[in-house]
Design a protein. Structure first.
Length: 166
């Protein structure tokens, strides 16, 4: 279950929308650390930073293999690594994308939930999970993707969504 979500920026602002789209679709990967800098100030709303460094891990949302090959990179992984580097909170690839899904942007909220239901699984040999899982994505819209990812961690005490924009 998703405990909650924090976002650094409002997606409604044209400059933010443009930055997220350029990171995601135009290959401007240098925007990941810039967007991460806007996320850092909201992390203490989850827990104090010292506690997060000891009890949390950033987990990027995985892309399906075909989408990763087509794009050449995973924007969520770039954000998670930038956040880890800047905060001292570890980052780990703990999720597996179990199937390809349609892009969420063209779907209604109801269809978004169905589209990503069961699309994520915990990687085998993930070991003992920390107390706080911080699932990283670029944008929070309906929350369907983060909720689907959170369902892959049924035994985690807390699973939080961490996004650049909302």
């Amino acid at each position: 279950m998703l405990t909650g979500a924090v976002s650094g920026l409002p997606f409604a602002r044209p400059s933010i929308r443009r930055a997220v789209h350029w990171l995601k679709f135009r290959g401007l990967t240098a925007l990941a650390p810039v967007l991460a800098d806007f996320i850092l100030p909201v992390l203490p709303s989850i827990a104090p930073m010292a506690q997060l460094r000891c009890e949390a891990v950033f987990v990027p949302l995985p892309l399906h293999r075909r989408r990763l090959v087509a794009r050449g990179y995973n924007q969520s992984a770039l954000l998670a690594r930038a956040l880890s580097h800047r905060s001292g909170i570890p980052c780990a690839d703990l999720l597996l994308r179990t199937r390809a899904t349609a892009p969420q942007t063209s779907l209604s909220p109801t269809l978004r939930g169905r589209n990503v239901a069961g699309a994520f699984a915990l990687l085998p040999d993930s070991g003992t999970l920390p107390a706080k899982i911080l699932v990283v994505d670029d944008v929070l819209t309906s929350g369907s993707t983060l909720m689907a990812a959170a369902s892959a961690f049924p035994d985690a005490p807390e699973v939080w969504g961490v996004t650049a924009a909302r």
